[in-house]
Design a binder for this molecule. Structure first.
Ligand code: HEC
Length: 195
């Protein structure tokens, strides 16, 4: 379990050029595998009378690993104190995952297309001049340059697209209305034309 968790980390580290740490880690892993699977099979008493040697090797590998981590981190940190970069190694993954979670949450919150406020949209519809060209019973408008919106019953996306980019005789409103106002007017058109 430990090994399977360590291997990707070691691979990631070695692939970014930190061979030192990689090989120390690999030695540690190999030793751990030998100790847990190979030696006990050969000698059921393991570590038995070799307990001292076993502990010795473990400590040496542990020390090598620590040194390797400090070296790698120190080199990366541009000659800072040794403990400080090592700490940052410890905190970086949790910070990253914390950030990712937050981002995920924010994205999820924003993802279902920000709806728009039909009440504000009614004012936009009147003040932006939609009334001059479009018939919309809810707005009391009878323009007939563009399609009758009561009949067209456009989707939210279509209104956003038309108002943003315009089409044919309909001018684009992108520079004139904010994204929010465009969503508001779209929400208003959709809400007042859906039957
Ligand atoms: C100068 C006249 C004019 C103004 C002002 C105008 N439109 Fe239009 N609009 C048109 C015309 C013409 C079309 C048809 C475009 C085409 O498909 O060729 C159209 C198309 C649309 C459509 C697509 C309808 C469909 O089913 O194809 C929507 C939705 C729409 N307008 C909404 C609005 C909104 C909301 C406003 C105000 C922000 C607005 N329009 C302002 C002339 C106008």
């Amino acid at each position: 379990v430990v090994a399977s968790a360590l291997v990707p980390a070691i691979l990631a580290i070695t692939s970014s050029g930190k061979l030192w740490l990689g090989s120390a880690g690999a030695a540690f892993i190999i030793f751990a595998l030998l100790v847990s699977f190979v030696f006990p099979r050969r000698d059921p008493d393991f570590p038995g009378n070799r307990l001292g040697a076993f502990i010795g090797v473990t400590l040496v590998l542990f020390a090598v690993m620590l040194v390797a981590v400090f070296q790698t981190a120190g080199g990366e940190g541009g000659g800072h104190g040794q403990a400080e970069p090592a700490e940052s190694h410890g905190t970086t993954p949790s910070e990253t995952s914390g950030g990712a979670t937050t981002t995920g949450g924010a994205t999820t919150g924003a993802a279902p297309a920000p709806a728009g406020d039909p009440v504000k949209g009614k004012q936009v519809f009147a003040s932006a001049g939609c009334v001059a060209c479009h018939t919309l019973a809810a707005a009391g408008s009878t323009g007939n340059v563009g399609p009758n919106l009561d009949d067209a019953k456009p989707s939210f996306e279509l209104v956003v697209d038309r108002v943003t980019h315009g089409k044919g005789a309909m001018p684009p409103f992108a520079g004139q209305l904010s994204d929010e106002e465009i969503r508001d007017v779209a929400a208003y058109v959709v809400e007042s034309t859906k039957s």
